[in-house]
Design a protein around this ligand. Structure first.
Ligand code: SAM
Length: 192
């Protein structure tokens, strides 16, 4: 892969890929237009869950997957698109998850008022920590260019910094020479 630090989303997916093997259980907690879901689907998971609160996002993700040959995996339920908040993740999943991707904020090209929020994101990430498999990864792309995003980032950094270092590794990546609050990445892995 060339220049993996060119975009944050590319870097986030590159890092996530290093944690995934064929047959894993994966979660896209904010499927949006479906690009992250599609990238996760390409890793041949046993089961891939994709959440979003917007009907439009679920529709966009379904269309992108179908256009890329994943109709049968949608039909057999091994890729499940769920129109619900990720704070309800534990209603749908009760098995260890190898990788979660959270790409926070609002639907690109959609309604900017419907964005992830501090309270529900924190609930979702705490539930993800409980569901995370050993050697699994939670990868969160954060956008601090708007007030809610700034709060989300600060809260998530505080939570991550206070995680038990015997159980988790937490790391924070930012693009230090970019203007206008570029996206940042928070990574949490669960130790053996
Ligand atoms: N991963 C997406 C992609 O590849 O296109 C981009 C995600 S976009 C930046 C953020 C998404 O989070 C939006 O589609 C928004 O509707 C969704 N969202 C906001 N609050 C949510 C919640 N509580 N649960 C699940 N999704 C949520």
């Amino acid at each position: 892969m060339s220049n993996i630090i060119q975009t944050t989303t590319q870097l986030a997916m590159y890092i996530t890929s290093g944690y995934i093997e064929e047959g894993d259980i994966l979660v896209d907690a904010t499927c949006g237009n479906g690009y992250d879901t599609l990238n996760l689907a390409k890793k041949c998971p046993a089961k891939l869950y994709a959440f979003d609160i917007m009907d439009q996002a679920i529709l966009n993700t379904r269309q992108l997957l179908m256009a890329n040959g994943y109709q049968s995996r949608l039909d057999d339920g091994s890729i499940q698109l769920i129109c619900d908040s990720h704070e309800n993740i534990d209603f749908y999943i009760n098995q260890p998850v190898k990788a979660f991707t959270f790409n926070l904020g609002y639907l690109p090209g959609g309604n900017k008022n419907i964005a992830t929020s501090n309270s529900s994101t924190v609930i979702a990430v705490k539930k993800a920590l409980n569901l995370l498999d050993t050697n699994g990864l939670i990868c969160i792309t954060m956008y601090s260019g708007h007030d809610e995003g700034k709060d989300e980032k600060e809260t998530l950094l505080n939570i991550s910094a206070s995680l038990d270092s015997k159980k988790y590794h937490a790391a924070y990546i930012n693009m230090i020479n970019q203007k206008n609050n570029p996206p940042e990445i928070l990574l949490i892995t669960k130790k053996r």
